[in-house]
Design a protein around this ligand. Sequence first.
Ligand code: EPU
Length: 441
Amino acid sequence: MPVTSDLGDPNLPGARIEVRSGHPLEGRIVVPGAKNSVLKLMAASLLCDGTTRLTNVPRIVDVDIMGDLLAHMGMRIERPRPDEVELTNTGAIVPEAPIHLAERIRASVNVLGPLLGRYGQVTLAMPGGDDFGSRPIDMHLAGLTAMGADFRFVDGELIATAERLHGAHVVFDYPSVGATENIVCAAVTAHGETVIDGAAREPEVVDLCRFLVAMGADIDGVGTAVLRVNGVGRDALRPVSHHTVSDRIQAATYIASVAVAGGRLEILDARAHDMDMFLRRCRDMGLVIDEGEADLEGRHVSTLTVTASARLRAVDVQTLPYPGVATDYKPLIVTMLSVADGVGVVTENLYPGRFRYVEELQRLGADVTTNGHHAVVRGRPRLVGTEVCAHDIRAGAAMVVAGLAADGVTTITGVHHIDRGYDDLTGRLASVGAHIVRCSP
Ligand code: EPU
């Protein structure tokens, strides 16, 4: 039975989305909170006793999984509103992340820093997440080892112990998002000063640091590549209420949607500064993007008004850590280039295996060839609808966008991947005129 909302049957692997193209988009879309922030905020709530309240929480499956993981450890998880989570730590924490929960999300590794820092021990089944190549955690372990932690692998589980972590000088030769977050979370309750050189600067890392500072942590250099953290003691942090930063990747998905479908969209709570390099490439492709402000339920938010009135122009793009063009935008960019005028080369610098969705785009008639970590995209005026599969969260969203650029009907299977990271993608696009329905199995 077709439904226009993504929220009816989030866990059904047989669900599919059908998109019909040819309808320009017109209207307003509000961007929800960021998956890659809220999951880390939830994990960091282990750092204090009492009730942490998170608002602007996206309604996505990964939030439910992180909630289940924390509940398994002894936290009380409540949802007073669909976009809020309250996490209560009564002090009775069992620091164990079992395989059936940890393997479902990469962010399960984010419990490591808070648990080691505060409780001195963790048993963690190795984290899962998307299937685009090996995703090691050696940098997390090296940083925590420098702070005094001890690690053993037993039957696929990581067992970590630390009497009391101490400050250290941690140097990253690559700005890993997850490793930066884990070291910061471990350092806020460690003894002495920790300096992280080569830290990640993503907006979601900044959101986590601001959350920790509000809880009473002492962090200097937030948003820069050098973070200085002075430990405040294991029981010094207090619970706070925090508004999750908006999701730049979901915002980019709506920009890509109007880019290929044509029309004009006002995208509320899209923060231009957080997606500057992506917006530059979009403007190079011919999109007109105006930055503004609006009131949203009593909050002052940034807006982007995107007008797409002509065929896109091809550009070359490479993915880089923030402030570069994020790897998570890439499936959207390759999709836009599939219908742009000219040839664009997209270079992936983070995940060599992240080109699996290219086969699906080819099924829609896209002219894309890959060579190592490069994709060469020769734009065609239109794609042709058929059945394609979402292999991961971002690839799935790109298939929906491709459907907006494909003649006829595009059917997307593997929708449960999209549900992990997108808050009602179908409903939001339908509300601005896309002909899109979600069908139960
Ligand atoms: N890396 C290592 N060793 C480590 C850590 C990372 O070699 O110890 C490598 C990874 O294998 C990868 C690169 O460094 O090649 C980047 O990894 P990073 O640690 O920065 O990424 P992450 O924390 O695992 C987060 C997001 C990803 C996003 C990346 C990059 C979450 C839950 N995931 O992953 O988001 O692509 O940062 O921005 O925050 C998604 O949302 O769909 C997604 C995959």
